[in-house]
Ligand binder design. Structure first.
Ligand code: ATP
Ligand code: MG
Length: 377
């Protein structure tokens, strides 16, 4: 099926409104991104055949996630691309028209720390997304895991990655109008280019699917440690949910530890619990990755860890907005005079399912739920 340019930019789906508590964030929740009535110069609708040729028949698989499989390809006379073949049931997917106009709108959002979305393809029930290819894959692949991988990441590199991710998220939250909540900040969604510039992937994707799929319930397992309690338990979604996930990621970058690790003796250990424990024991420096061999500025590392802990606080309104988090990371705002309270943690998938069911019996919409009564532990 062919699409003409007149198809684009004419659809304006209504989006829910969310109100965010603003004590420490000074940002008001408005509508999330919708489709504007302007042309989208960076956007293309590809034919299936074009992408089949570009990927040599979907031969070179890069990875697989909750929504589909990603393949490496190359457009004729152009740079490398990554093609995500979305594998979600048709009934969970937005219609063709809505899908294309959402992608077109997302392709306008450009920043050094965001992956460029070049276009999409709709072929019958199939949906494909086309991105710039990132040579160094994701943080989950290149950084986390083995000691050798972590040793490649000096403090300066880690600092650059953390600041880049913070800038990308700050841009989505506070520079794009209407703002975008990423919803899925995690190591595998931070891609890294040839120069080790971090790029946020998959922003805005949740809107391509109907609520059943975009909501965490179907794919929560892989992201458990990154989920803010209020979002996990009631679907109450604000920018502060992204801030929570960013905090977890920041702790990962500094410590080199994964969000949840399994110890033969102690069982599951969650990163935020470990950080909180060491913070209370006044031993926060012990969080820093041993692979750095002590080669890092202590004051800066402590500052990064404090920002991480501030971002994962259980009470959403106590978490900083991304602009504040960025200033603190850069040392332009002090973290010393800010109290840090206990982190929230979602550690049990079953608990999420039960509480979601209870919550949906009491609230008619996510926006009407309150986050003040959560017992996250
Ligand atoms: N533009 C890209 N360039 C290079 N590698 C990519 C690109 N996009 C995705 N990848 C790789 O493909 C993998 C799968 O991506 P995908 O987004 O489908 O899954 P995920 O990020 O692991 O989980 P989720 O579905 O929750 O986003 C990623 O982990 C990453 O390693
Ligand atoms: Mg992804």
């Amino acid at each position: 099926m062919k699409f003409t340019p007149s198809f684009l930019g004419c659809f304006n789906p209504s989006t829910p409104k969310f109100i965010e508590e603003t004590d420490y964030g000074y940002v008001k929740e408005e509508e999330e991104v919708g489709v504007t009535n302007v042309p989208h110069p960076n956007f293309r609708v590809f034919s299936y055949n074009e992408l089949r040729v570009a990927t040599q028949g979907f031969k070179n698989k890069i990875g697989e996630g909750g929504f589909g499989t990603v393949y490496k390809g190359r457009l004729i006379g152009d740079r490398f691309i990554a093609v995500k073949v979305v594998s979600v049931e048709v009934e969970s997917m937005r219609g063709e028209r809505e899908f294309i106009s959402e992608i077109a709108a997302l392709s306008d959002i450009k920043h050094d720390n965001l992956v460029t979305l070049k276009g999409c393809c709709v072929d019958g029930a199939q949906r494909l997304l086309v991105y710039d290819y990132m040579e160094n894959n994701s943080l989950a692949q290149t950084f986390l895991g083995t000691e050798q991988k972590r040793a490649r990441f000096s403090w300066e590199l880690r600092k650059g990655v953390a600041l880049g991710v913070a800038r990308g998220l700050w841009y989505l939250h506070e520079q794009v109008n209407p703002h975008i909540i990423h919803r899925d900040i995690k190591a595998s969604n931070i891609l890294v280019d040839a120069d080790f510039t971090p790029k946020l992937a998959d922003f805005g994707l949740a809107k391509l699917f109907t609520d059943n799929v975009s909501y965490i319930s179907t794919r929560v397992a892989g992201t458990l440690g990154y989920l803010s309690p209020e979002y996990a338990y009631s679907g109450h979604l604000t920018r502060k949910s992204d801030v929570y996930s960013f905090g977890v990621l920041l702790l990962e970058i500094v410590s080199g530890r994964q969000v949840v690790e399994y110890h033969f003796q102690h069982g599951e250990q969650f990163l935020v619990d470990k950080a909180w424990e060491l913070y209370n024991a006044k031993s926060l420096l012990m969080m820093v990755d041993s692979q750095l061999n002590g080669d890092f500025p202590e004051e800066e590392a402590i500052r990064f860890l404090r920002v991480g802990l501030l971002c994962v606080q259980e009470i959403a309104r106590l978490r900083p907005a991304m602009s504040a988090a960025l200033k603190m990371l850069k040392g332009e705002m002090s973290t010393e005079d800010v109290d840090i309270s206990q982190p929230g943690l979602v550690s049990d998938l079953m608990e999420v399912k039960i509480r979601r069911r209870v919550s949906s019996n009491f609230t008619s919409s996510p926006a009407s739920s309150s986050n003040s009564s959560f017992q996250a532990r």
